[in-house]
Write a protein that binds this ligand. Structure first.
Ligand SMILES: Cc1cc2nc3c(=O)[nH]c(=O)nc-3n(C[C@H](O)[C@H](O)[C@H](O)COP(=O)(O)OP(=O)(O)OC[C@H]3O[C@@H](n4cnc5c(N)ncnc54)[C@H](O)[C@@H]3O)c2cc1C
Ligand SMILES: *[C@@H]1O[C@H](CO)[C@@H](O)[C@H](O)[C@H]1NC(C)=O
Ligand SMILES: *[C@@H]1O[C@H](CO)[C@@H](O)[C@H](O)[C@H]1NC(C)=O
Ligand SMILES: *[C@@H]1O[C@H](CO)[C@@H](O)[C@H](O)[C@H]1NC(C)=O
Ligand SMILES: *[C@@H]1O[C@H](CO)[C@@H](O)[C@H](O)[C@H]1NC(C)=O
Ligand SMILES: *[C@@H]1O[C@H](CO)[C@@H](O)[C@H](O)[C@H]1NC(C)=O
Ligand SMILES: *[C@@H]1O[C@H](CO)[C@@H](O)[C@H](O)[C@H]1NC(C)=O
Ligand SMILES: *[C@@H]1O[C@H](CO)[C@@H](O)[C@H](O)[C@H]1NC(C)=O
Length: 630
């Protein structure tokens, strides 16, 4: 039984509720109060109470070995779920999750609908705008894909959530967190579903979906108590890169956000650090945060900035999504717009011959320190062709913020000279744009969605790998061997050193500060492969192909937002020496692990027991008793 609240305690907590004086979006002003919860009938109080609002929680999640699932008899009743729906901003906000490809199977089979879905399956918006779907369904367990993409044989819910809460207010988020925590059920957060490792899905869960939180406010003369004076923008958790860039461009401004068009800037992206076409002049996206609004594991809505909740402020800037709370909006610095120039080109071994192709590729890689230090950001691929004996290097693009075409040509002159020396004809497409937005829109290609058969891993290559000829040779030879043994490489040449980000003390992986190349490799398998075959491919990928990169970058790390789900020693790799403090903050702020995602800070105490033995979210989330259980 929940004891009644002593009047004095209620009074004190009411005072602690943040005042309305700070700039909150309308959706942030609709909040759950302790007073309101205390006014509810007893049964509802138990569902929606803030953590330990009435003393110890009736059902203490902390003591249970697993989160409850839909069939173990402990799952909340229909009545409880209806009770949640009734409290929400709109009763339509609680959605019973249905796999998107359900028209492809079962009694409601609709072939025309299914074919239509299959045709668009690789277009990301199809999944981003869906309450349930994610861009790497591989980690959902592939239990309901269109059969021409992957034969799921049947359509079951698998690792998709059970309910999705389409949040329209802070109130909704508080109710969702309190409900999940008080009932010992798994809570996940999905924004766009871009996550590479399955962190935005989970079986038998309630999913907090932040996608419709689209408010944007531009503040021309923001004054932060910590000393920043200048333009800033506050954006809701659901705002995507294409929306944010457009909004600030209309005011002659730019912000540090990603190259990917549909990435959710204020969700996983910025909380995981965030690399940007502007990172070689401005550092990481997280370096520019002035404050977060966030609902914590206890259900409280707080501001985290340089003077309030400074532990959260530090951790949320690089410590990763789904760990410390549900962020509802983020305020970031904005800068005056500038022109940009960009160059793109492709070289291939069929045309050049293998030796000249690799010489040209090495010539480019050798300049990694120089290009990044000149302020440019490059996005390039080195990929084997269909026969595996031909290779393509594709620069798409080399992006030069705040540079004219003349200045860009100066940066590339040494490379041009080398190519001429190798007798390689070279005619890159070079363009100057009058604004960042124009250049970004024109130069970065469309995104691909829906990973059903590919392992991905990445490594941050420090500048010491390019400092002398011996190191450059070693690095180039490793990358060449990666491609020649069948793994395509996508790489970014970028240097978000501390000085460039304004020297912030935050949780961004320290490996980023010495890095000049963030390189991703991948390995695909046949969709018909057996579990044993997939596990074998994955093991070779992680412990052999990826290990060759780790071996030549000792002490560096990997970017947590674009990494291998099987990354060994991920605590060091994703967080470096920041991990100790991040873990302390996690234990202090979320001792019950209300927020859990694979390879996130503090996640090592729990694991998903996947039903098929593959690394995915299709199974119960349980505590691990020994560290050998991974
Ligand atoms: C096509 C593509 C392009 C990309 N481009 C870039 C790039 O240019 N630069 C770069 O750095 N990265 C890039 N990424 C990686 C990207 O940063 C990550 O996938 C990131 O996690 C996406 O965040 P999201 O919120 O959009 O995705 P989601 O998958 O919805 O969420 C990612 C993680 O953050 C959590 N989360 C989401 N919203 C919140 C919230 N409001 N509060 C707390 N936790 C939350 C989720 O639970 C999950 O763990 C790209 C990825 C793709 C697929
Ligand atoms: C839901 O939230 C929005 C945003 O704050 C608000 O405008 C709207 O009035 C709310 N609706 C209800 C039914 O509370
Ligand atoms: C729930 O967990 C039990 C074991 O505790 C398992 O037998 C059952 O299959 C699970 N149900 C679902 C839907 O995951
Ligand atoms: C498909 O899944 C449903 C729901 O789990 C189940 O009832 C049915 O038996 C399955 N059908 C086949 C052919 O496996
Ligand atoms: C941090 O947020 C609090 C609460 O909104 C506010 O009073 C304070 O001024 C902010 N601090 C800074 C440095 O802006
Ligand atoms: C390589 O170049 C040749 C000659 O220009 C061209 O025909 C071929 O399509 C190119 N291959 C690739 C994979 O781009
Ligand atoms: C942009 O270039 C101008 C002139 O070259 C320089 O003065 C300015 O500092 C640059 N801005 C940034 C943000 O690098
Ligand atoms: C680096 O590689 C080049 C080309 O393969 C070779 O000529 C050179 O001797 C190597 N340098 C060192 C220091 O290993």
């Amino acid at each position: 039984m929940a004891p009644s609240v002593p009047a004095i305690f209620l009074f004190a907590t009411l005072l602690a509720i943040p005042s309305q004086s700070r700039t909150l979006f309308p959706f942030e002003q609709q909040q759950l109060t302790r007073e309101y919860v205390a006014s509810l009938p007893e049964a509802d109080r138990q569902l929606f109470a803030f953590d330990e609002q009435f003393g110890a929680q009736v059902e203490s999640a902390a003591d249970k070995p697993c989160r409850y699932n839909t069939t173990d008899g402990k799952w909340p009743s229909e009545k409880a779920w209806n009770g949640l729906a009734k409290q929400l901003n709109s009763t339509e906000s609680l959605i019973k999750a249905t796999p998107q490809a359900s028209p492809c199977y079962g009694s409601d089979k609709n072939d025309a609908k299914c074919q239509d879905l299959a045709k668009n399956w690789f277009s990301p918006m199809l999944h981003i705008d869906d309450p349930t779907e994610v861009l790497s369904p591989l980690y959902q367990g592939l239990t309901c894909q269109p059969p021409t993409i992957f034969d799921s044989k049947n359509c079951t819910i698998g690792g998709y959530p059970t309910y999705v809460l389409k949040t329209r207010s802070v109130l909704d988020i508080q109710l969702g967190i309190n409900f999940a925590r008080n009932n010992n059920i798994r809570l996940i957060i999905k924004n766009t579903g871009h996550d590479f490792a399955g962190k935005s899905v989970g079986a038998s869960s309630l999913s907090i979906w932040t996608h419709v939180l689209k408010d944007i406010q531009i503040i021309d003369n923001y004054v932060d108590d910590s000393g920043y004076k200048g333009p800033a923008v506050k954006a809701g958790a659901g705002v995507q890169a294409f929306e944010l860039y457009k909004a600030v461009n209309d005011k002659g401004l730019v912000v540090v956000a990603g190259e990917g068009q549909t990435v959710g800037v204020m969700g996983g992206y910025i909380q995981g650090g965030g690399h940007s076409p502007l990172s070689s002049i401005y550092g990481m996206a997280a370096d520019h945060v002035l404050g977060f609004e966030v609902v914590t594991a206890t259900g409280e809505f707080v501001t985290a900035n340089s003077t309030s909740n400074t532990d959260l402020f530090w951790a949320l800037r690089g410590g990763g999504g789904a760990t410390y709370g549900v962020v509802t909006s983020v305020t970031v610095k904005a800068y005056k717009d500038f022109r940009v120039s960009a160059a793109s080109w492709t070289l291939n071994s069929t045309k050049l011959g293998t030796a000249r192709f690799w010489a040209a590729t090495q010539a480019f890689l050798d300049g990694a320190n120089t290009y990044a230090d000149s302020g440019v950001y490059t996005y390039f691929t080195i990929a084997p062709g269909p026969t595996g004996k031909e290779y393509t290097f594709s620069m798409k693009p080399l992006f030069a913020p705040n540079k004219t075409v003349t200045e860009l040509n100066t940066v590339l002159t040494p490379y041009f000279k080398q190519l001429t020396g190798y007798n390689i004809p070279f005619s890159p497409k070079i363009t100057e744009y009058k604004s960042f937005y124009q250049g970004w829109q024109a130069e970065f290609g469309p995104e691909m969605g829906s990973n059903v058969q590919t392992a991905v891993g990445s490594r941050l290559f420090p500048r010491s790998n390019f400092a002398d000829e011996k190191s450059r040779n070693t690095t180039f030879n490793a990358i060449r061997a990666t491609v020649e043994s069948g793994q395509p490489v996508i790489a970014f040449n970028v240097a978000p050193t501390l000085a460039r980000g304004g020297n912030p003390d935050n949780a961004v992986n320290p490996a980023w500060r010495n890095a000049v190349i963030h390189a991703i490799m991948s390995r695909s398998w046949d969709t018909k492969s057996s579990v044993a075959e997939i596990l074998a491919v994955r093991k070779t990928f992680t412990t052999s192909a990826m290990q060759k990169w780790r071996d030549i970058t000792t002490g560096s790390g990997s970017y947590l937002n674009e990494a291998d789900r099987m990354e060994p020693n991920w605590q060091q790799s994703f967080f470096g020496d920041k991990y100790t403090r991040l873990l302390e903050i996690k234990k202090d702020r979320d001792p019950k692990n209300v927020f859990w995602a694979v390879n996130s800070v503090g996640s090592e105490g729990w694991a998903v027991q996947s039903v098929d033995g593959l690394p995915n979210e299709n199974g119960k989330l349980c505590k691990v008793t020994t560290t050998a259980d991974v």
